[in-house]
Design a binder for this molecule. Structure first.
Ligand code: PLP
Length: 416
């Protein structure tokens, strides 16, 4: 479900025409629907209510303060992967006992600040990291909670760059090493070993990979007679980008709940994309229509791979649609950005109503890993983020300026 719908050929975000927003705010911009992401969060909560999980929104998918704060106020925790995300999580008022921290490369300073903040637990990804957490804890005279992130060697049937649970991936600890850690718990006496974490990848549209991974974890716990307080099954619930058929929260829940219910631990989920993916669009303006003698049509727009890298990086498909559908004749277009790379495209070979200069296009389902992965490549200021809630449009991140582009730089006077 999402609240981006057409009424009389005009795209609306909830009850606000997107064209009216684009006429008011400079393009490109990201536009989010509050009702949509709240609905997705509540759908997961309801689907899993039989096991009352802690749902930690994955900040890496979208770390805008307003969005994280809205979800935290609704009862969400946060899944973080860096000191920066910890800073933002605390800033939005997330109770520390609802913050979980994954990442293969936590630095000593990041570990120290997470311990001082008393987060719920670290998802530990290697033995050296566990030793580092134990060492820092001893120095601080603290005893933080940790969960071992295991690598179940399960294929997630998704893009190889977002598959994380195969043995050749850098993430997690194999079962043999995990068993060894549990058997030698006393070696790590400055941490409290309380959970297991497993995250096999992102944009997983089938239930089977989850069933396989969770079953392997449960089998491991039973075989090695290990009991834990927490089982964190990560994120990864896939969404529809237009072509694939994704599962509903109930469908995921109906396969997962029987595996975990009554096992004595509390379940944690870390969804990102499922909550915010379809709740955001990127609105851009057509700058030029370029045709080649070979008969190719390019719609060159004012958003590029620096604003949305998913098509270039993962060959990801995003539906692209006119904000107002005016014409019935259609053509095939490549929708491309202004960046100096042939890989700078938002969509290729798209049949669209004839496009004209200055009209607005919406790149759909860009709420997750959209702005979060944006950069200043080609010295382009990053776009604004806007939020529609109850018919009001609010700026939740202003567009960057040229001044922002140089705010961290120094022009050395002695370099002539
Ligand atoms: N948890 C962990 C450890 C992750 O690495 C990710 C993303 O890759 C997520 C949660 C969120 O994944 P998704 O946005 O697919 O739900």
């Amino acid at each position: 479900m999402n609240d981006f719908t057409y009424k009389d050929n005009a795209l609306y975000c909830e009850n606000v025409p997107v064209k009216a927003i684009a006429d008011k705010f400079p393009t490109p911009f990201y536009l989010y629907s509050y009702a949509t992401f709240m609905d997705h969060f509540r759908k997961i909560k309801k689907a899993f209510e039989a096991v009352d999980p802690l749902i930690c929104f994955s900040m890496k998918s979208n770390s805008n303060l307003s969005i994280a704060r809205a979800l935290v106020r609704e009862g969400a925790g946060l899944d973080i992967v860096s000191g920066g995300e910890l800073f933002k999580a605390l800033k939005v008022g997330c109770p520390a006992d609802r913050i979980v921290y994954a990442s293969v490369g936590k630095t000593e300073a990041e570990i120290e600040s997470a311990i001082r903040s008393n987060i719920l637990f670290f998802n530990v990804e290697s033995v050296p990291e566990l030793i580092m957490i134990d060492t820092v804890s001893r120095r601080l005279k603290e005893k933080p909670r940790v969960a071992l992130r295991v690598n179940p060697d399960v294929s997630a049937d998704t893009h190889e760059y977002i598959t994380t649970g195969k043995k050749e991936n850098k993430f997690g600890i194999d079962f043999t090493t995990a068993e060894d850690i549990f058997d030698n718990e006393n070696k790590y006496s400055n941490v409290s070993l309380e959970g297991i974490h497993v995250h096999i990848g992102s944009q997983i549209t089938d239930t089977e990979p989850f069933v396989k991974a969770i079953s392997k974890v449960i089998e491991f716990l039973e075989k090695s007679a290990v009991s834990v307080k927490w089982l964190n099954i990560g994120g990864g619930f896939g969404i529809t980008y237009g072509q694939e058929k994704a599962k509903t929260a109930e469908e995921f829940a109906s396969r997962i709940i029987p595996l975990v219910k009554g096992k004595g631990f509390r379940l944690i989920l870390e969804p990102g994309r499922f909550i915010i993916g379809n709740a955001g669009i990127l609105v851009a303006k057509v700058l030029y229509i370029k045709t080649t003698s070979g008969g190719k049509r390019f719609a060159i727009v004012n958003a590029g791979m620096n604003d949305l890298i998913r098509p270039s990086l993962y060959d990801a498909y995003h539906e692209i649609t006119p904000v107002v559908k005016l014409r019935s004749e259609t053509h095939m277009y490549d929708i491309v950005g202004p960046i100096c790379e042939s890989g700078d495209f938002l969509g290729k070979n798209r049949e669209l109503p004839e496009l004209v200069e200055d009209e607005y296009l919406a790149v759909m389902s860009t709420g997750a890993y959209g702005f979060a992965m944006a950069s200043n490549y080609n010295s382009r200021p990053r776009p604004a983020e806007l939020l529609v809630k109850n018919g009001r449009v609010r700026v939740i991140r202003r567009a960057e300026t040229y001044k922002d582009l140089i705010s961290c730089e120094k022009m050395l006077k002695e370099l002539k």
